[in-house]
Design a protein around this ligand. Sequence first.
Ligand code: AMP
Ligand code: MG
Length: 351
Amino acid sequence: MKTEVLAIKDIKKQSDDIARAGKILRGGGLVAFPTETVYGLGADGLDAEACAKIYEAKGRPSDNPLILHVADRAMVDEITREIPDIAEKLLAAFCPGPITLILERKDIVPDRITGGLSTVGVRMPENEVARAMIRAAGVPIAAPSANISGRPSPTTAASVLRDMDGRIPLILDGGPCRFGVESTIVDCTGPVATILRPGAITREMLTEVLGGVKLDPALVGAKVVPKAPGMKYKHYAPNAPMTLLEGGPEKMVPAFRRQVRQLQAEGHRVGVLASHEVCTALQDSVPAPLLADYGAQGDLLTIASRIYELLIAFNDTEADVLLGEGMSDAGLGLAIMNRLHKASGFHSIAI
Ligand code: AMP
Ligand code: MG
């Protein structure tokens, strides 16, 4: 199958292109599309056979459920049984936006996409291209991230093409994603809202709107099965093994110097994913292609938007081990650290 990449610069002028994507989706085909978080791999979410193609293209485990993407509130009601008070508040405060609500589903949602769960994940993306495409399809669109399972999520159309070339007919290119980490997943089916996956809508933002919010125990290191089935899988991993250095930002430069020197003495080619401060200090000891600058320390929006592309880029270098710089888990830091911990298989050194 030949994969076409279609740049969407203006949804009004390109209504024919959007209509074409809608037609492929209604016909049971796959279309990759931009959102404000990462690129999605979409199929008609009410068509079990179309959704089976997503699992096949990604090599995704069949018990890992898909999130349904909707264009408006009417589509939320079409697929969910009831909207509890918690969910009403979150819809009003954050939708459209980078948040997924877990709600009780109607029977119209195929078992195949929820891994047999009685619930469904619902997301209303803010990205204009995404919503125009969903409207054109006229059905909720099931979409996981548009990468081969286990690899980092794509935040550019070029990275989607790298994983999906020859597997899908069409990629809509809407430019780089704004946030760069997947949506916050909030379970709204219990008495207290629970974060199953941290994202750009932070714990602090949720607490402000709801008064209280819990973190799924699996997110804070407890040895329990996470409630979001996908969170138990290896994820976001570059080819070379990565170790995270964790501690105060002021300790990072000396700690990186030490670790780099030691690994290089052992004969390793060390890749570094770190702040501008650390990368600048390592310029003399690490070759430029192996230094991935994720932005200034504390500039969480920039860091979130860059980490996946930087992790992907290491696969084209000679690096055989990677060192990553950790940060505080306040605000968006919780989502970034969740992805870095998974990318490193939870290998960390406290400095
Ligand atoms: P992605 O593959 O990036 O789209 O991630 C989707 C995430 O949402 C995975 O971790 C899924 O396990 C999770 N998810 C989807 N539907 C549900 C659901 N009904 N209940 C809990 N988690 C869900
Ligand atoms: Mg994913």
